[in-house]
Design a binder for this molecule. Sequence first.
Ligand code: AMP
Length: 142
Amino acid sequence: MYKHILFATDLTEDTEYLLEKVRTMRSFTGAKLSLIHVVEPLPGYSYAYLGIEDIEGQLLTEARQSIEKLGGKLNVGSGDQYIEVGPTKTKILKTAEDIGVDLIICGSHGRHGLSLLLGSTANAILHGAKCDVLTVRLPEEQ
Ligand code: AMP
C-alpha cells in the first residue's frame, strides 16, 4: 500500500473540496503526507505594471501562511510542507521524486476545447509522474 502521499494544492477554494479525500486516503493507507504548492515566477514587466516591488516575495509569504493553515488542518508539520518557485508541473514532479512519494493527489477540472488541448496541471502530472496519481474530479463551476 502507499507509504508517502504528496498532495499538490493550488491553495484555492478547491483545496477544501479535496481535503476530505486526502484525509480518507491517508487514514486508509496509513501513509505519511506531504504538501506542495508552487509559485510561478512572474515576468519582469509585471513588477512595473502592478507597481508592487516584490510581488514574488508577497506571493511566497501568502503561500507560506496558507500552507501552514492547511498543514494545521491535515496535521502535516512544516518540515513536510513544500513551497517551490518555478514551473508548476516540473516542480511537483521533481519534489515527488526527491522525497520519494508513491502517490500524488491533485484536483482536476473537467475541461473542454482549447484548455483541454493545452493540457491542465493534472494532465501534465499524470503524464510525467513516475508514481501513481490520484486525480480528483472537482465540481464544475456554476
Ligand atoms: P489546474 O490544472 O490549474 O486546474 O489544477 C489542477 C490541480 O493541479 C489542482 O487542483 C492542484 O491539485 C494542482 N495544482 C494546480 N496549480 C498548482 C500549484 N501552483 N501548486 C501545486 N499544485 C497545483
